[in-house]
Ligand binder design. Structure first.
Ligand code: HEC
Ligand code: HEC
Length: 385
């Protein structure tokens, strides 16, 4: 038997639940998005962001991996934003893309390995999504096993650790949610939900995440077109930051041999002399650091200050440790890049002074783009987060 006060509580909670359900229902009929999503009346601009000239002309222009079949539109990127933050993409409604790619951390994760829908851990450190569009071979993941971003964006959804979904079930599930028909309609011309459209919209949102408003960008933009940013001190930099920039672009350190494009990436995967004994569990136990020749994608260094821990296995907690790796910790490897070898073919010893190591870290911090990580158009649009 239930006691009287207990019965009352039970009755009240049923009544409250009934009221909430009926309110949500009627709101859904009048405006499917208002109670669930906080989207602007006119869409944000994703397609025509006004970028500095060095990101819209060669060589950066030729590094863009957007396929002709998936040009960015504001409406499809908006759908991509909603999908990116929607936990319904996981089998038990617990994980969204954004759970492992957090805006505040430059769209990466502060955890060494990220937790999936059932608490299992990913095999590698989550990657920053900043500037993903500027990578000419268009391959994704640390070992570049995804040939395109459109292919990549469906992988975490189906991954047994990450989101655990089957695409057919996802399509049915999303079709039944009140807010998707109108979003798909606006994005693609009709309300039908397909996995191809999910992949396209997610890819558009990811490709719209471009960093161009860091302290570095301010300095870069202040130079004349014929001035080389590697060779000229930036007027808005401190002496320490300019020293760090000089070191970064110097042939002696050769950071720019691999992080040398306008978005601080390399054009192909490289080996940077990490010790092969690592926490790297490989992917699904199939690949490991030796099986893939220890070559890893060099993702953009933009916002690097925010994306700790560092490297594919998250082995370094701080930028100081990263710099010390290059200074004194480079290990031999058959694929070690020539830029990191001394004239005898051995791993380079850089012998940097304490001041120079500090300057390099100070320079890396000029790549932080506060505007990108606080811009509402990349933020969680769900009313209940
Ligand atoms: C459980 C955590 C987790 C979830 C959920 C997740 N990711 Fe990731 N993501 C990762 C990890 C870890 C990597 C690196 C994996 C690797 O290389 O093996 C990664 C890599 C990526 C990359 C590759 C970036 C590059 O430069 O190569 C993209 C793009 C990406 N994720 C997008 C997404 C999207 C879109 C979603 C949602 C559909 C998503 N992720 C969901 C953890 C996650
Ligand atoms: C031979 C190419 C190469 C050179 C030279 C090089 N790097 Fe790297 N860098 C890489 C690769 C490859 C990775 C990713 C490696 C991995 O995770 O296994 C990386 C990763 C990093 C990361 C961490 C990125 C992340 O998302 O976790 C930082 C920071 C970094 N490098 C800074 C530097 C600095 C500073 C220098 C110069 C002292 C430098 N690099 C020189 C290839 C290079």
């Amino acid at each position: 038997m239930l006691t009287k006060p207990f019965k009352l509580i039970l009755f009240l909670s049923i009544a409250v639940a009934a009221i909430i359900t009926s309110c949500t229902k009627s709101d859904v009929i009048t405006d499917p998005t208002s109670t669930i999503l906080n989207l602007p009346a006119s869409v944000f601009n994703y397609a025509n962001i006004s970028l500095p000239v060095y990101l819209t002309t060669a060589p950066a222009l030729n590094e863009i991996n957007t396929p002709g079949s998936n040009q960015i539109t504001d409406n499809a990127a908006t759908l991509g934003r909603v999908l990116f933050y929607d936990k319904n993409l996981s089998v038990n409604n617990s994980i969204a893309c954004a759970s492992c790619h957090k805006q505040a951390f430059g769209f990466s994760d502060s955890a060494l390995l990220s937790k999936g829908f059932a608490g299992g851990l990913t095999a590698r450190n989550s990657m920053s999504l900043t500037n993903a569009r500027y990578y000419p071979d268009g391959k994704f993941f640390w070992d570049e096993r995804a040939a395109t971003l459109e292919f990549q964006t469906l992988q975490p959804i189906q991954n047994h650790v990450e989101m655990g979904m089957i695409l057919d079930s996802l399509v049915k599930k999303l079709s039944a949610l009140s807010y998707y028909p109108s979003l798909f309609q606006k994005a693609f011309g009709d309300a039908s939900v397909t996995s191809d459209r999910i992949s396209k919209a997610l890819s558009q949102f990811v490709r719209s995440i471009i960093s161009y408003q860091s302290k570095y960008d301010d300095g870069r933009s202040s130079l004349a077109a014929n001035q080389n940013p590697a060779a000229i001190d930036f007027p808005n930099f401190t002496a320490q930051e300019n020293r760090g920039k000089q070191l970064f672009f110097s042939p002696q350190l050769a950071c720019a041999a691999c992080h040398g494009t306008e978005t601080f990436t390399a054009l192909e995967p490289k080996n940077n002399g990490l010790d092969i004994i690592s926490t790297d569990a490989g992917v699904g136990g199939i690949t490991n650091i030796t099986a893939q020749n220890a070559l890893f994608k060099v993702s953009s260094l933009k916002n690097i200050e925010l994306t700790a821990p560092f490297m594919h296995d998250g082995r370094f907690a701080t930028l100081e440790q990263v710099v010390e790796h290059y200074n004194s910790g480079i290990k031999p490897n058959v694929n070690l890049a020539p830029e990191l070898k001394d004239p005898n073919g051995n791993p380079k010893q850089m012998n940097l002074s304490v001041a120079d190591k500090g300057a390099l870290v100070a320079f890396l911090k000029t790549l932080t783009d506060q505007k990108l990580i606080t811009d509402e158009k990349y933020s969680n649009p769900f009313v209940v987060k």
